[in-house]
Design a protein around this ligand. Structure first.
Ligand code: NDP
Length: 240
């Protein structure tokens, strides 16, 4: 039986690696994105994975998009809530707009993504909910009160869902990556990047594929007893 997986923000960065890894494991995969049509088109061309465009911050768009995915590929068994943004500023300079955009995308976006899928998982007595949180949600970070709040909130979501879904065969877990070599991180000036890397005991950035392998494991039947957990993948930068 082929299982279906949905990866939000699955067309670029860590999400793209997750989409590809799930496809390689035999899942039917749908990858979503927000607006970068060019990146999505070349991702589909490269991988054959279908992409869907909607804003995870909007509940109705998410619900409609998910209905379309389920119409195309069948009921979603695995959902990876990966889409996320940063709008960094020290707290005294942070605008209400910067605060709200990050809350709407990274935190409410997880509700909007999982909520429409949850009843079907309960009915079918199987589901895997995997949320991509962050090291900075575990330890906080200068100029990221908004981001850290959402990523800590993501951990609260999976711990609660784990308890609600356990008897229905659903697991919910979070992955907290440290600094990963996505385009965003590669674009940081070399000097700043070197300073970041010098704080990582393993002495290098993580690779998107290393996060993707955590996802494929959590999605598998072998991971059925892992529920409400937080997997840290950060090169020994923090022990949360
Ligand atoms: P990228 O910026 O490389 O990619 C983000 C993806 O999310 C894109 O596909 C983007 O779509 C999509 N997206 C953004 N906003 C929305 C939205 N409102 N609705 C739908 N899709 C959206 O991010 P990364 O790969 O670096 O990060 C992925 C996740 O991992 C995030 O949650 C991030 O917080 C987390 N993370 C990343 C770390 C890192 O070092 N990179 C470290 C720790 C956690 P589009 O292409 O259209 O813009």
């Amino acid at each position: 039986m082929t299982r279906t997986a949905l990866v939000t923000g699955g067309s670029r960065g860590i999400g793209a690696a997750i989409s590809k890894a799930l496809k390689a494991e035999g899942y039917d995969v749908a990858a979503t994105y927000a607006g970068n049509d060019e990146a999505a088109a070349s991702f589909t061309e490269e991988t054959g994975i279908k992409t869907y465009k909607w804003d995870v911050a909007n509940y109705d768009s998410s619900k409609e998009g998910i209905a379309q995915v389920e119409g195309d590929l069948g009921p979603i068994d695995v959902v990876v809530a990966n889409a996320g943004i940063t709008r960094d500023a020290p707290f005294h300079k942070m605008t209400p707009e910067q605060w709200q955009q990050v809350i709407d995308t990274n935190l409410t976006g997880v509700f909007n993504t999982v909520h429409p899928i949850w009843p079907g998982m309960r009915e079918r007595k199987f589901g895997r909910v995997i949320v991509i949180s962050s090291l900075n949600g575990q330890k906080g970070q200068f100029a990221q009160t908004n981001y850290a709040a959402t990523k800590a909130g993501d951990i609260g979501i999976v711990r609660s869902l784990a308890q609600e879904g356990a008897r229905a065969g659903i697991t919910a877990n979070a992955i907290c990556p440290g600094y990963v070599a996505t385009e965003m991180v590669k674009a940081i000036p070399e000097k700043v990047r070197d300073a970041i890397v010098s704080q990582i005991p393993v002495g290098r950035l993580g690779e998107p594929e290393e996060i993707a392998r955590c996802v494929t494991f959590l999605a598998s039947d072998d991971a059925g007893f892992i529920n409400g957990s937080t997997i840290s993948a950060n090169g020994a930068q923090f022990f949360g």
